[in-house]
Write a protein that binds this ligand. Structure first.
Ligand SMILES: Nc1nc2c([nH]c(=O)n2[C@@H]2O[C@H](COP(=O)(O)OP(=O)(O)OP(=O)(O)O)[C@@H](O)[C@H]2O)c(=O)[nH]1
Length: 367
């Protein structure tokens, strides 16, 4: 059996992603691919990445580009006819964001150094599977599907009446909520303050399942543009009970650190998974969960919230990791890392510099 480590470069400039085309004779041939190749002995994954990109397309990403890890995934390619050719690849996947000048210089290239076809494609087409890729890449596409900016809700009781515009939404009123109920205030507040097309993690630890269900369905009804991450218990509860349009808006189920240390990975809903972690032990446990789900063909773990990066008003008791502490946990993660704690959307550049990939937060993520 063959085992190989491969460095994979998800090269992009904004919404445009670069794909190569594997020739028919190659493993997983006649499919598109991200630029990359085998990691040689005595080389780190990142060194191999820089070398492979230069060899394959002549671009020096050590200069100007921002490189951050997305994740690591192991995939077994079984060759039924010639079992000795079966191989397990371990893909070390990096996001490579080109600078504007690199993109301007490179955008017109449609052929790589080895004569392979190159093509820029939109993120939407890529994640919607318009370009056939090697089988292992389906998880990378799921990683990319999770938005880069994620808002997190506050508890119902934390939304004060004074924060609200008292103009009640007619649809919410029809649901029977009165203007004075905290649930209605919560709904009004998020109806008005969530940015358009926002991705929102509904964190409601103090509401019971029935209350969470009512709030999520009411929010989806008044904000059909948003996408939600909900807790895994609610995901199971809603699975059989949600109409298709609303189900499309729910993109992931979340497991807290405590839940995945305890539950031995039992998840009923087949939604992709996000997790939270605050320590090295939980990052390593999350990696195990991610690999377990890959091995068993279960929906993948697509993001890990690592917190608190900095001090926050919402969790004054927690000791912040600081950027270096965050980077050290992020380096251990085999799942795209979401920075949380004292963050604003504008911190995304800094997050990527410190090995994370996405950014999440509460107050500064609202309009
Ligand atoms: N470059 C690249 N390889 C990938 C991707 N996804 C994926 O599963 N792989 C696998 O990772 C391995 C990459 O090896 P490679 O490109 O260096 O080598 P190869 O098998 O194509 O040919 P070679 O042995 O002649 O170099 C292949 O088995 C390929 O199927 C991807 O997006 N990009």
């Amino acid at each position: 059996m063959i085992n190989i480590d491969v460095a994979v470069a998800v090269i992009h400039f904004g919404d445009q992603y670069l794909l190569g085309f594997r020739n028919a004779k190659q493993h997983q041939g006649n499919r598109y691919e991200f630029v990359g190749g085998k990691i040689e002995a005595n080389e780190t994954a990142k060194q191999a990445l820089v070398r492979e990109v230069f060899e394959e397309i002549g671009l020096d990403i050590a200069k100007q580009s921002v490189i951050n890890p997305l994740g690591v995934l192991r995939h077994h390619y079984a060759e039924i006819e010639v079992p000795s050719k079966s191989k397990t690849v371990c893909l070390h996947v990096f996001r490579v964001a080109l600078s504007e000048s690199q993109f301007t210089e490179f955008a017109h290239h449609n052929e790589g150094c080895e004569g392979q076809q190159l093509q820029w494609v939109s993120c939407e087409d890529l994640i919607n599977n318009k370009y056939p890729l090697p089988d292992a890449n389906k998880t990378i596409l799921q990683w990319l599907k999770l938005p880069n900016i994620i808002a997190i809700t506050q508890e119902v009781g934390a939304i004060k009446a004074s924060q609200n515009n008292t103009d009640l939404n007619e649809q919410s009123k029809a649901k029977g909520y009165s203007a004075h109920r905290p649930e209605q205030q919560w709904l009004d507040y998020y109806q008005q303050t969530l940015p358009e097309q926002a991705c929102v993690y509904i964190r409601l630890k103090q509401s019971n399942l029935a209350q969470r269900k009512d709030l999520v369905l009411a929010l989806l009804a008044i904000r059909p543009d948003i996408k939600l991450i909900i807790d895994y218990e609610l995901a199971n509860f809603l699975d059989s009970d949600t109409n298709a349009a609303m189900a499309d808006q729910i993109i992931a189920q979340h497991l807290t650190q405590q839940a995945y240390l305890d539950t031995e990975f039992k998840l009923l809903s087949d939604l992709p998974v996000t997790v939270s972690a605050h320590s090295e032990a939980s990052v390593l446990q999350a990696n195990k969960l991610a690999q377990y789900r890959l091995n068993h063909n279960l929906s993948p773990v697509v993001g890990i919230f690592i917190s608190p990066v900095q001090a926050t008003n919402t969790h004054p008791e927690a000791t912040p990791l600081g950027w270096e502490g965050f980077a050290s946990l992020a380096q251990d993660s085999e799942i795209p890392v979401i920075a949380l704690g004292g963050m604003a959307p504008a911190n995304i550049g800094q997050v990527r510099y410190y090995q994370g990939d996405k950014v999440a937060g509460i107050g500064k993520f609202l309009t």
